[in-house]
Design a protein around this ligand. Structure first.
Ligand SMILES: *Cc1c(COP(=O)(O)O)cnc(C)c1O
Length: 217
């Protein structure tokens, strides 16, 4: 697969869903990918990338930023509070706001620095024990809590259970977002981004379909 093919598939899915062209943002998930693959995508003009580890992002993106303008970095993986400051310096968006303690830490740092990346609250739509995220039943209260802390919450994010139809989870996330007046929906990966767009995704996070399979680490 290639970047152009994924962009075409996104455009077709937007049209099929009656959505405006360009209404879905493609986050190219570059975690664990070798630099030359990332560079090939940068050379094609793409500037929006996702990483799931702060450490890895910090080792990679300052270098690319010296050579390419306008890079927008999205942090999509679990965030420890002791890495929050570094994450806020590196990323334009954080998609893994998943607990009150992290919300309080981000709020304190935002006060201190006067800046905060766009935030997405991660919802554990499948209520999976091993998965991060706010439970659906607690999402409304958590959105409220984050707003009370003056955090720039732009939307919600989910990672559906691997063995279930993702569309049901995307629809649930969209419903929770709508009743909380949130526009952003970060949902859909390589295997299901078209279904996510059909359910209203505004941000799709696509890795292997663009870059190829990841080497396991
Ligand atoms: C790795 C990852 C993706 C991309 O997964 P692909 O299946 O390679 O597209 C999307 N979202 C999150 C949170 C990830 O960790």
């Amino acid at each position: 697969m290639s970047l152009a093919e994924i962009q075409n598939r996104i455009a077709r899915a937007e049209t099929a869903a009656g959505r405006a062209p360009g209404s879905v943002k493609l986050i190219a998930v570059s975690k664990v990918q070798p630099d030359e693959r990332v560079e090939a995508v940068l050379e094609q003009g793409h500037r929006i990338f996702g990483e799931n580890r702060v450490q890895e992002a910090a080792g990679k993106w300052p270098r690319f930023r010296e050579r390419y303008d306008g890079i927008e970095l999205h942090l999509i993986g679990p965030l420890q509070t002791n890495k929050a400051r570094q994450a806020m310096e590196l990323a334009q968006a954080i998609h893994s706001l998943d607990r009150p303690k992290l919300a309080r830490t981000l709020a304190r740092l935002a006060q201190e620095t006067g800046a905060c990346p766009d935030l997405f609250i991660q919802v554990n739509t499948g209520e999976e024990e091993q998965k991060a995220g706010i439970l659906p039943a607690e999402a409304d209260a958590f959105v409220e809590e984050c707003r009370g802390l003056d955090l720039p919450v732009r939307g919600l994010m989910c990672i559906p259970p691997v063995d279930e139809e993702p569309s049901l989870h995307f629809a649930l996330l969209a419903k929770i977002a709508a009743r909380n007046g949130l526009d952003g929906l970060s949902m859909g990966m390589s295997g299901d981004f078209e279904r996510a767009i059909a359910q209203g995704a505004t941000h799709v996070r696509v890795g292997s379909a663009i870059f190829g399979e990841r080497e396991t680490v």
